[in-house]
Design a protein around this ligand. Structure first.
Ligand code: PLP
Length: 459
């Protein structure tokens, strides 16, 4: 048992769903898009830090941060102040046509986390992850004059036409929507827990690299490939961390063939993994380099305000004036929220109880969560794998024969919700733990106790 102090517990005042939640969900089911999913009945009213209170007054502990978005928690005073101040100045002018200091300084700040000596990067701002991905693919094609794009099985890159074509996680994103983008191929992701291509956890990275080289000999001419796009840590596909030699190997492969390497950091980036960008866990290790040519970020960048960014090496960002833009992209109010979020991530502004910076807190509290979850595997043999980095953690449910147990995962997810822990699934049988990065060790312990209690009820 965790014996740390528990500062606050979820408070459930009604049975779930409460009457107001049920009424709003019934209206929602009548009037909103039939495509929206509703994994469990929750209708938020307000939030504070890592706590969200629903319209019936039930307060829950947030272990998913609106799908890895609410980096600084809910209604962080520093973010609220930044938004309020900017909204009283101006809300919109259009960055595509007019420069704005707030986005200029945001770009300067973002590239500092990726630039190496002698290297310069530039930033394009959009509104969503999918838009950043679209921009990345357009830039790679425009820069190389090539058309083919290689993506990975299990990946998620968004829901616009280009992005669903690249996505390789579920057919539901594609069924009935074709024709999609031409010249896109998918290769396996090197998942050490379920190694593809007959490989082992140790050899799966090299196996995927060999597979790609094989495709270049047989099916896809390498000199027609514009880019390989990959999540350095796969999100929607199951919170998977590749072996350490894979991304440097992929960088070398791209260099051999003049291919742009795009890292989609929309889910794992912006400090969530304990480093600003998740690829930085591998870059520079044992003298190996995996600096990409293009990076996409969104989600955690602005604590929930809509803004995304596509960062590219200056030598790659060669598309001509007017060739790409966005009416709202780089909106100044969202940019103010991004600055405030970066203040906290970098530690320019400290959050009480979270050490020097939220990035450091993500690394330290994330490690605590991971250690505790690994210890729980002894009690719960159906937890087949615990993996991740920082506060990007996946918990895979397995059947006795080791195959994925999606049904048990769903039951576990609901049992946690019913005890006041907001969580979310991903992959075939995984619960993702992606809390706000302000989560303290004590709050983490509270969440872990709820998880334990819910899992015991499954036995
Ligand atoms: C890795 C990755 N890329 C792109 C996207 C698409 O982002 P958005 O939903 O903001 O378009 C997501 C969303 O989950 C994602 O996880």
């Amino acid at each position: 048992m965790t014996t740390l102090p528990k500062p606050r517990q979820p408070e459930l005042k009604t049975s779930l769903p409460g009457p107001k939640t049920a009424a709003i969900m019934a209206r929602d089911a009548q009037h909103l898009s039939t495509s929206y999913m509703r994994p469990y009945p929750f209708v938020p009213d307000h939030g504070e830090g890592v706590w969200l209170t629903d319209v019936d007054g039930n307060t829950m502990l947030d272990f998913f941060a609106g799908i890895a978005v609410s980096t600084t928690g809910h209604a962080h005073p520093h973010v609220v102040k930044a938004v309020q101040e900017q909204i009283t100045k101006f809300t919109h002018v259009c960055l595509t046509d007019y420069p704005q200091e707030i986005t200029t300084s945001l770009a300067e700040r973002m590239v500092r986390h990726v630039e190496k000596p002698g290297e310069k990067w530039r930033v394009f701002f959009g509104n969503s992850g999918a838009e950043a991905v679209e921009a990345a693919v357009k830039l790679a094609r425009n820069h190389t004059g090539r058309s083919h794009i290689i993506s990975t099985i299990g990946s998620f890159h968004g829901r616009t036409y280009g992005a669903i074509t690249l996505t390789g996680s579920k057919t539901k994103y594609k069924r009935g929507f074709g024709p999609l983008l031409p010249n896109v191929s998918h290769v396996p992701y090197p998942n050490p827990f379920r190694p593809p291509l007959g490989s082992t956890p140790e050899t799966c990275g090299q196996a995927v690299l060999d597979h790609i080289e094989g495709l270049f000999q047989t099916i896809i001419p390498a000199d027609e490939v514009a880019a390989i796009i990959i999540e350095p840590m796969q999100g929607e596909g199951g919170y998977i961390v590749p072996p350490a030699d894979f991304l440097p190997g992929l960088r070398a492969l791209c260099d051999r063939h003049g291919i742009m390497l795009i890292f989609d950091e929309v889910q794992a980036g912006m400090g969530r993994s304990g480093k600003m960008y998740s690829f930085q866990h591998f870059d520079g290790q044992n003298g190996m380099n995996c600096q990409p040519d293009i990076i996409t970020v969104a989600k955690g960048i602005a604590s929930g305000m809509p803004i995304s960014a596509m960062l590219a090496k200056e030598s790659v960002m060669t598309w001509p004036v007017g060739s790409h833009g966005s009416t709202y992209g780089g909106n100044p109010v969202a940019a103010a929220a991004a600055h405030a979020t970066l203040d906290l991530l970098e530690g320019v502004v400290k959050h009480p109880g979270c050490g020097d910076s939220l990035m450091e807190n993500a690394a330290q509290v994330g490690e605590f969560i991971m250690t505790e979850l690994k210890a729980m595997q002894a009690e719960f043999p159906f937890i087949g794998d615990v993996r991740g980095a920082g506060m990007f953690i996946g918990l895979e449910f397995v059947k006795p024969d080791g195959s994925p147990d999606g049904k048990l995962r769903d039951t576990a997810s609901m049992a946690m919700f019913e005890r006041g822990l907001l969580n979310l699934d991903c992959g075939e049988a995984v619960i993702r733990i992606s809390p706000p990065l302000i989560l303290t060790r004590e709050e983490a312990a509270t969440g872990l106790d709820i998880m334990r209690d819910a899992l015991r009820a499954l036995k």
